[in-house]
Each structure stands twice: as structure tokens, then as C-alpha cells.
Design a protein around this ligand. Structure first.
Ligand SMILES: CC[C@H](C)[C@H](NC(=O)[C@H](C)NC(=O)[C@@H](CCSC)NC[C@@H](N)Cc1ccccc1)C(=O)O
Length: 331
């Protein structure tokens, strides 16, 4: 049974994250979750989350679901690259997104969430779409929604069609030809340690020359910006009047009035161009003449991340066949 669900930007001003409606349990409880190819835990705000840590989020209450079962003796605890995190216990229950149902999906209920999650009322939890090896449930790791659903899908794939300041879609089980132009270029994926890791073939700044390079990075729908090697982002921001790498603001900022070039990255023999508008990410604060860049250095991260700023410029196929591959197409 295939499916399709909306990817809705949580903020109308800039694309911090995208949430997707899901239903959990019997009778169904609807939550809006952040589908995240950069992790592999499905966790939700719940009736087990202290009230002091819940600020407007919808919660999942397993005690109100006739199909919920506690996974006795199991706990989880996850830490993310931005320093946020959460932890708790585990139930299995019916989980449906876009018409695709998994009847005994591990649903990780939060007993603690860090402040950055508490402060983001539109995100009611995450659905990890990385490889199940990254799942943090102890003592027995749990399968992701995609791994559980795969066998019931026409094809073991899901696709991401994220959009700039607009609603996009996640499709499960099929590739919608109307969502892209030209051909899809498939690249090999390194599944260790569990991200969708692929190698980009280089980059170009604006209409400048293409620089062949091997840029190993992860495709992460749960990360807002794109983080690339210092020499890449330095050559990009070197083309922007007044751009500086600011310790104060924690990254490259530039005068909002400056003209930005586009950024092109190689995917095998093909390439994807990120429009300049996507890289003019946001004003530092409402009305500020200082803007924060959507392309930032990965040197402090230790890994290159192709986050939403890059992903929304493409139609991306996450192919869970054996071996897995990742497909890129213009749109
Ligand atoms: C510091 C922790 C490191 C990064 C590592 N954790 C990870 O890699 C986790 C699974 N993934 C993440 O921290 C990042 C990828 C980091 S690159 C290694 N993806 C998921 C993140 N965007 C989810 C999120 C969504 C909204 C708000 C905040 C966070 C670990 O546990 O070792």
C-alpha cells in the first residue's frame, strides 16, 4: 500500500523544519512530526512528558489507545548535532502516515526533552528515516517506520519533494514522475554508521567554473541549513559583498541587500543548482539588515550535511533496496 503525505514548513517566514501529519493508536491520535533522514528514532511528545517541558505540542497518550503495548524494559536516549536531545520509554502501536499503516511500530514516548524541543511548539516529535542501525532503543534496537513499511510498499523507496516556503510531499512506495524533470541520477550510499551518506562530485558558485571534488556528506531532511567544507563556503561567500564569518552570530552573515550567487553541486555526471533565494536564509531578527546564510561551514561538525536548503532544490529518492542508493533530479 503506497502513500503520500504533506511536508509543511513550520514557519511562514523561513524553512526551519517541515512537519508531516501522522496518526498513532486506536482511536487515532494525530500529531505533526519532523521526518528526519538524519536519525532513526521515532519519538513523540507524550503523556509521559513533564508538563513543564510541553509548550503547545500535541501529545500521544498510549493509555488512551486500545492497541498500545508497553515494550517492557526498553528505554531510549538520543543526542543531536545541535546539542538538543530527548529520552524516554517505548510502546508499540498502530502508526499511519499518508495511508501507509504499520501495525506494531515502535513509538518512543518522551519522558525528557531538551529546551529547544520544548520551545518549538509545531514539532510534536520526529520520525527517523535513517538506517535502523542508528536507533537508540536499549536493549533491543527498533526498526524505523520505513523499514517496517518497506515490504508492504510497491517499491522499497520514499521520496522527498521539499519546497521553499511552501508545502511539499513525502511519497512512500513509488516515484511520481510529475514531480521532477529530466533524469534521476542514482548514487551509491554508505550505510555505516546509518545516515544516507553519498559523495557529491563537486561544486560551482553562481555561473563560475565547476570545481570537481569528492564531497562526502549526509542527506538530512531534519537539518535546516547546508554545511559544507570550509574551502567551499569560503569561495561562495567570497563572492558576496559584506559577507563575514561571524563568531558573534555563529556563522556566515551578510547585508540583506547584497546580491547572492546560486550554488551548484555535482551528483555524478549531473548537478543540482540551489537558487540564491534559498541561501538568503533569514534576517538575524525581524527587520534586521543582517541576514544569515543558508550555506555554512561544516568544519566544526566533522561531517558535511546536505540539509533542507539543498534538498528543497531537488527531487530526492531514498532507495531502500539492497544495496541502497540515493537519487537526485532537478524539478
Ligand atoms: C552530537 C550527537 C551526534 C551528532 C550523533 N547524533 C546524531 O547523529 C543524530 C542521530 N542525528 C543528528 O544529530 C543530525 C545529523 C548530525 S550529522 C552527524 N540529524 C538529525 C537532526 N537534524 C534531528 C533534529 C531535528 C530537529 C531538531 C534537532 C535535531 C550521536 O548521537 O553521536
Amino acid at each position: 500500500e503506497n502513500g503520500s503525505a504533506a511536508a509543511i514548513p513550520i514557519d511562514p517566514r523561513f524553512d526551519i523544519a517541515y512537519v508531516t501529519p501522522v496518526t498513532i493508536g486506536t482511536p487515532p491520535q494525530t500529531l505533526y512530526l519532523d521526518f528526519d533522514t538524519g536519525s532513526s528514532d521515532l519519538w513523540v511528545f507524550s503523556s509521559h512528558t513533564p508538563e513543564s517541558q510541553v509548550r503547545g505540542q500535541r501529545i500521544y497518550s498510549p493509555e488512551k489507545s486500545s492497541t498500545a503495548k508497553l515494550l517492557a524494559g526498553h528505554t531510549w536516549s538520543i543526542l543531536y548535532g545541535d546539542g538538543s536531545g530527548s529520552l524516554g520509554n517505548v510502546y508499540t502501536d498502530n502508526f499511519t502516515v499518508g495511508g501507509v499503516t504499520v501495525t506494531s511500530q515502535a513509538v518512543q514516548t518522551a519522558q525528557q526533552v531538551s529546551y529547544s524541543f520544548t520551545s518549538q511548539s509545531e514539532i510534536h516529535g520526529l520520525v527517523g528515516l535513517g538506517f535502523s542501525t542508528l536507533n537508540t532503543v536499549f536493549p533491543n534496537g527498533q526498526l524505523t517506520f520505513f523499514d517496517n513499511a518497506k515490504s508492504t510498499l510497491d517499491s522499497p523507496v520514499f521520496t522527498a519533494d521539499l519546497k521553499w516556503k511552501k508545502e511539499g510531499t513525502y511519497d512512500f512506495g513509488f516515484i511520481d514522475e510529475t514531480k521532477y524533470t529530466g533524469e534521476i541520477t542514482y548514487l551509491p550510499v554508505q550505510t555505516d554508521p546509518g545516515y544516507w551518506t553519498f559523495t557529491s562530485s563537486g561544486y560551482a558558485v553562481g555561473d563560475g567554473a565547476f570545481h570537481p571534488a569528492s564531497i562526502v556528506g549526509i542527506a538530512d531532511t531534519g537539518t535546516s541549513l547546508t554545511y559544507l567544507p570550509a574551502e567551499v563556503v569560503t569561495s561562495y561567500w567570497g563572492q558576496v559583498d559584506g559577507a563575514v564569518d561571524s563568531d558573534y552570530y555563529g556563522g556566515y552573515v551578510f547585508p540583506c541587500s547584497s546580491k547572492l550567487p546560486s550554488f551548484t553541486f555535482g551528483v555524478g555526471p549531473a548537478n543540482i543548482t540551489i537558487p540564491a533565494s534559498y541561501i538568503n536564509y533569514a534576517q538575524i531578527t525581524e527587520g534586521s539588515p543582517v541576514c544569515f546564510g543558508g550555506l555554512q561551514s561544516s568544519s566544526w561538525l566533522g561531517v558535511n550535511i546536505w540539509g533542507d536548503v539543498a534538498l528543497k532544490a531537488a527531487f530526492v529518492v531514498f532507495n531502500g533496496a539492497n544495496p541502497p542508493t540515493i537519487g537526485w533530479a532537478k524539478k
